[in-house]
Design a binder for this molecule. Structure first.
Ligand code: BG6
Length: 486
């Protein structure tokens, strides 16, 4: 791996503390970091290197399991990578001083001018920072440069296009690494292997044998401390435009010619290009929006969305979305893809269920036996597992046919975190599991009529009690087609 300088904007923030430092620490322990590396944390606070290193150490104590089982000298060794600079992201002078500091470290360690800029900051600063990196000369190095940014990427199609145009003034497309943390989840990365490394599944992976696909990302948490952001975003922007459409793309993509970042992205984009656009007047037929009312989760009563701190009592924001999508191509024509996501639901679960066509049921009907469809269930979180449901005679129950589940599951404690995998790829320059601009743009294009329908209030806002799996209308969406959520 190339030696580099890792420049972290927003180093005193929450994401850095919870995810970035612990993930870097795991990479360090696994010897997956370059030998020569400087990490420069930037933030508004006037901290010294020592204060920053203490902060990193504390974050490991709170959020890194592995730090509890290592010798203190290992942690010390890790902390030596970290330096700190106060920086006002809007002040160009600050960037020039930063350039001097970076050059000094590069010379001291005699490392090439490879610079990775990670923006863990509020989205309104993405373009400001990128343009200042360019203007200050920070971005004109003799080595490579990369810009890593988090969602949200825009608020709608237009704002996303504007943001992209600004970023592109400072960085080439292949230098921009857009993070969707769902793409870092090991089971999401495994989708490609399930579909393409198993001839048995590959033979079944199309409308010939699959009746429908269901993708669920349910959460038990509410808006938490993000009322300002969430009340503007809703489930449609927060989860559907990015995470859920990414899962649709990865499930539906066709076999790439080779497993390169470009080829995989080409296949993902192909899916979005064939995704049937929603027209403003048919949004309501294919989409259910909901908002939670008061209820109970794990025995504790929780307030309704509009009673949450920071949320307007009149808010019409969506905390739940279910939708039916069609991919109009030769492989998936006629197979509905159902997605659903929501806050304050009954359980935390992200999973993909592939339901196979059930063509043999008549044979067993005569014997009064039920033969539920075969299912392939991919559990993404909180547990990672792959589960196949077959029908089999149960000798303990009068040899009646019953569904059995064959499961493979990973040992949770050995599974790397999404951020760990993504950071490793970003350090290495592998962009396979980062989102390309075209994917963002086509996703917003698909979502745009939904946003407009919501703005015009053209769609009923269904209530659902906290602690349930969403409004009844979400069940009806599948019942109309003769299916049910698994
Ligand atoms: C984030 C959303 O992108 O994903 C959050 O902004 C949501 O609202 C989170 O809670 C869910 O991620 P995970 O990994 O817990 O499924």
């Amino acid at each position: 791996m190339d030696s580099l300088t890792f420049v972290l904007f927003g180093a005193t923030g929450d994401l850095a503390k919870r995810k970035i430092f612990p993930s870097l620490f795991n990479l360090f322990l696994d010897k997956k970091m370059p030998d020569s590396l400087t990490i420069i944390g930037l933030g508004r606070r006037e901290w010294s290197d020592e204060v920053f290193q203490k902060h990193v150490e504390k974050s490991l104590q709170s959020f890194s399991e592995r730090s509890k089982n290592v010798d203190a000298y290992k942690i010390k060794e890790f902390l030596r990578f970290f330096h700190y600079r106060p920086l006002d992201v809007t002040d160009q002078e600050n960037y020039k001083q930063l350039l001097n500091v970076i050059q000094k470290y590069e010379q001291e360690l005699s490392i090439p001018e490879n610079r990775l800029f990670y923006l863990s900051v509020a989205p309104e600063f993405f373009d400001v920072i990128a343009l200042n990196i360019k203007k200050s000369g920070l971005g004109s190095s003799k080595g490579w440069k990369r810009l890593v940014i988090e969602k949200p990427f825009g608020h709608d199609l237009k704002s996303a296009q504007e943001l992209n145009a600004k970023l592109r003034e400072a960085f080439e497309e292949d230098e921009i690494y857009l993070i969707d943390h769902y793409l870092g989840k090991p089971m999401v990365q495994n989708l490609e292997a399930l579909a393409f490394a198993n001839p048995m599944l590959q033979a079944l992976w199309s409308n010939k044998h699959i009746s429908n696909i269901q993708i669920t990302a349910s959460e038990t948490v509410g808006v938490e401390e993000r009322a300002d952001y969430y009340d503007q975003a809703g489930a449609i922007r927060d989860m559907v435009q990015n995470h859920l459409l990414q899962l649709v793309m990865l499930t539906a993509m066709q076999q790439p010619e080779k497993l390169s970042a470009d080829e995989i992205r080409r296949q993902k984009i192909r899916v979005l290009e064939h995704l049937r656009p929603l027209q403003l007047d048919d949004v309501g037929k294919n989409l259910v929006r909901g908002q939670y009312s008061l209820g109970e989760i794990n025995g504790e009563s929780v307030p309704s969305y509009t009673a949450e701190p920071g949320i307007k009592p009149s808010s019409m924001n969506d905390t739940f979305i279910a939708a039916r999508l069609w991919i109009d191509d030769a492989f998936w024509g006629g197979v509905p893809f159902y997605i659903r996501t929501g806050k304050r639901m009954k359980e935390k679960s992200t999973r993909i269920v592939i339901e196979f066509k059930n063509t043999i049921s008549d044979l067993y009907k005569e014997k009064n036996e039920k033969t539920p469809p075969n299912l392939l269930i991919i559990e993404i979180s909180p547990n990672e597992s792959v589960l196949l449901q077959f029908n089999s005679k149960n000798p303990l129950n009068n040899s009646k046919i019953e569904p059995i589940k064959v499961t493979f599951s990973a040992n949770k404690k050995d599974v790397p975190e999404a951020y760990e995998l993504l950071l490793f790829d970003a350090l290495n320059g592998d962009s396979t599991f980062f989102v390309q601009w075209k994917e963002v743009e086509l996703s917003w294009k698909w979502v745009q009529p939904i946003l407009e329908a919501f703005e015009q209030n053209a769609l009923l806002l269904h209530g659902y009690s906290a602690g349930t799996m969403g409004p009844r209308a979400a069940e009806q969406l599948l019942e109309e087609d003769g299916f049910n959520w698994w």
